[in-house]
Design a protein around this ligand. Structure first.
Ligand code: SF4
Length: 329
């Protein structure tokens, strides 16, 4: 296995406290390992194991049902569950140092390292390698939703922002584009991606320009809208009623009609019956960006609605983030 699922530790906890009904949540990318995880727990304990079949994109999404223990795989905890729990963070054992070393020639002198939970345990080794290449390396500390130095989430770039005045560029170690794009837009600094799985180095700049053009077009469309559906997430870590109410007030002050719409899974088919000109997603900030093309009507983030209503300049565009201090209920 490429990941450490900490199954021995989990079974030990379950046996010690004699938990009987275990809910297991696994993100889509790791669900291929579900038989191994469920099989091990069933084989080593007396508990009944229920695998949550619902998609799970982050630790913002907690499923408890009637279980007496939750095993949540692949993420670090954001919101504490109501039942006893174990977050198996799934550290990857893939070699990241080769690609970090290779990235050095693309980096400026003062570098901030950012990564996902899968590689945070290697951050000191990454730092050492770059220091040997005569870089000044910084690792930032995030807000309350971030558990490890240098860690970023798709909705929280606080660790990168905490070192913004010390660095000329960032190195993102991991797969995917969303996190480095968000950091690049939030900090306005160069971000280089070092992908340990493909061994590829890339600059995010070109993609950033493309996404900004796409977002600009969505905002322009929203400016023509009269009726807005404001989506409020039902998942515990995505519930942002405070922001949703702020959006509603802002729209109404601008003579726009709006309705708060509560959803757990946000899918195009659920919105197709609701006749709005535009939707505002206050749940997971990735939905409006990643899934934009799947929706018939423009889907905007709260930041983008502020721009559409003239409350913020497009030059100050950032990806939406879920802040520690937000009113959530
Ligand atoms: S809200 Fe979205 S980006 Fe944030 S942790 Fe959840 S799934 Fe990830």
């Amino acid at each position: 296995m490429k990941y450490d699922f900490e199954l021995e530790k989990i079974c030990k906890i379950l046996n010690k406290k004699k938990y009987k009904k275990i809910m297991v949540q696994i993100p889509e990318g790791l669900k291929i390992y579900h038989e191994k995880i469920v099989g091990k727990i069933e084989g080593e304990t007396d508990a009944v194991v229920i695998l949550s079949g619902a998609p799970c994109y982050g630790a913002c999404d907690i499923v408890e049902n009637d279980a007496d223990f939750l095993v949540h795989v692949g993420h670090s905890m954001i919101t504490e569950p109501n039942i006893p729990y174990f977050f198996a963070e799934c550290r990857s054992n893939i070699d990241v140092l080769k690609v970090v070393e290779k990235s050095a020639e693309y980096l400026e002198k003062d570098v901030g390292i950012i990564t996902t939970i899968q590689h945070v345990h290697k951050i000191n080794e990454m730092k050492n390698i770059l220091e040997k290449k005569e870089k000044n390396v910084f690792v930032g500390k995030g807000g309350k939703r971030i558990r490890y130095p240098g860690q970023v989430l798709g909705c929280d770039f606080s660790s990168a922002l905490s070192i913004i005045n010390k660095v000329d560029c960032y190195l993102y170690v991991g797969t995917g584009n969303f996190h480095p794009l968000g950091v690049s837009i939030a900090t306005k600094k160069k971000v280089i991606v070092a992908d340990p799985y493909s061994n590829e180095i890339r600059d995010i700049e070109e993609l950033k320009e493309k996404i900004l053009r796409q977002r600009h077009a969505a905002i322009e469309k929203a400016k023509q809208g009269e009726r807005f559906g404001i989506i409020v997430g039902e998942k515990i870590g995505q519930k942002r009623l405070g922001i949703a109410e702020k959006m509603k007030n802002m729209l109404e002050k601008n003579n726009k009609k709006s309705c708060l719409i509560s959803l757990n899974e946000i899918k195009p088919e659920y919105l197709s019956y609701l006749n709005y000109d535009c939707f505002v997603c206050t749940a997971c900030p990735r939905i409006a960006i990643d899934d934009y093309l799947r929706y018939e009507k423009p889907m905007l983030t709260p930041v983008e609605i502020e721009i559409a209503l003239g409350k913020r300049r497009f030059e100050d565009y950032v990806f939406d983030e879920i802040k520690d201090e937000e009113k959530r209920t």
